[in-house]
Write a protein that binds this ligand. Structure first.
Ligand SMILES: [Zn+2]
Length: 402
């Protein structure tokens, strides 16, 4: 008769018990999908999760899960640059006797309790990582509590199954072998295209959380960007914030009354949906240079090309697109951008998209969104923008040199 040593039996029992008692991570049950217009018709001061609710979410995942908080805070404060590491070491020292332990470190990292709790709750529930930049001199404008709130709202516009899909990562273990027969220059390009921490930030389950970080956009022109094949979104915070309520959009002489940074984040997440739509998450050796995106699929390319995209008063076209890509008052840019816009418009102005591009709307609904449909900005009961007053238009404009 075979007998297990007692210690092992106990250990097994313990593992079973603890596995049964703690909740699995990333359930998307707190930051639920918002199909209605409530998040769209809101300013930055409205419609984000309360601190009490954030505490509920944190407690839900941490219950019977010792060590989880420590691991999570390590992920959420994972940095390489010496200045950040130095600061983190200081925070750890300051927090040594704090009852909240690692949460104290995260609060110091953000300089704000609400921001820290939101970052942790968003991570536990939706597997999103929001971090400071690696900027060694702290010169870039950083994210603050306000940014975490708008990111939360943007994530809530994305269905849970799509959130899960975009957190997948391509396995890179065999990359060197796979590209060994390519010319050196090409090998270098391929390796460069991966974010720097790619190897260390891939999890054992081959996922890479959707990550938001401040940075400087391409030619410092862009507000936000996603690199091909990745799910890392880099924001030029100063530019991004020009979409917030109270800001003025001079080209069309309006002032924003709602937080129009939301469409920007949704547009960027749409790029990650493009990047990860077709991958089953299992095929090995699925590197970006042979990556099958929605936007480079031939059949879908035709739907995208035929779609007529409306222009409407948000900051987002000004942010991403060049004027020569706007024809007949409609956007007609490159396929990747157009696809991101299609997905964004499906979520944000579906009523218009249904009119302007019915075939694309139907394709998105059936193939990308699994039948999920939204209520858009056009259904808001309060105005989204207001015409500039004489004073805003002339007096302050003159002062600013417009
Ligand atoms: Zn874009």
């Amino acid at each position: 008769m075979f007998r297990l040593p007692v210690a092992i039996v106990l250990l097994c029992a313990f593992m079973r018990a603890s596995a049964a008692e703690h909740e699995p991570l990333f359930q998307n049950r707190f930051f639920t999908l918002s199909q209605s217009n409530e998040l769209l018709c809101a300013t930055s001061e409205q419609q984000f999760m309360s601190t009490e609710r954030l505490a509920d979410a944190i407690q839900f995942y941490e219950r019977n899960h010792p060590g989880l908080r420590q691991q999570a805070v390590a992920v959420l404060t994972d940095h390489k640059n010496p200045q950040r590491l130095d600061d983190l070491a200081d925070y750890r020292e300051d927090c040594e006797h704090s009852p909240s332990g690692e949460l104290c470190v995260l609060e110091k990292y953000w300089g704000d309790r609400d921001a820290a709790w939101r970052a942790l709750a968003l991570f536990y529930d939706s597997k999103t990582v929001i971090k400071h930049s690696e900027d060694p001199n702290y010169l870039l404008k950083p994210f603050d509590a306000d940014h975490l709130r708008i990111f939360e709202k943007a994530i809530r516009k994305i269905p849970a199954f799509l959130r899960q899909r975009i957190s997948k990562a391509k396995p890179v273990e065999n990359l060197d072998k796979e590209i060994a027969d390519k010319p050196n220059a090409i090998q270098e390009l391929i390796k460069d295209a991966f974010q720097e921490d790619y190897k260390t930030s891939i999890w054992q389950d081959h996922t890479h959380p959707l990550t938001f970080t401040p940075g400087i956009g391409f030619r410092s022109q862009t507000v936000a960007q996603v690199f091909s094949g990745q799910n890392l979104i880099v924001f030029t915070v100063k530019e991004f914030d020009k979409g917030k309520e109270g800001a003025v959009y001079r080209d069309i002489d309006v002032e924003y009354l709602v937080d129009f940074r939301l469409p920007i984040v949704v547009h960027e997440i749409a790029h990650t949906i493009d990047n990860f739509h077709f991958w089953n998450g299992e095929d090995d050796l699925y590197f970006f240079y042979k990556y099958h995106k929605i936007s480079n699929d031939e059949q879908i390319g035709k739907i995208i090309a035929d779609a007529k995209l409306a222009l409407w008063p948000s900051k987002w076209f000004e942010a991403f697109e060049y004027l020569h890509e706007v024809n007949d008052g409609r956007y007609d840019g490159n396929t990747q951008e157009k696809l991101a816009e299609l997905v964004a418009q499906y979520i944000l102005i579906p009523e218009r998209l249904k009119q302007s591009a019915p075939a694309a709307y139907q394709w998105l609904r059936d193939e990308v969104f699994r039948g999920i449909e939204y209520q858009g900005y056009d259904s808001c009961s309060t105005p989204l923008t207001r015409p500039l007053t004489w004073w805003q238009k002339y007096a302050s404009g003159k002062q600013l040199g417009h």
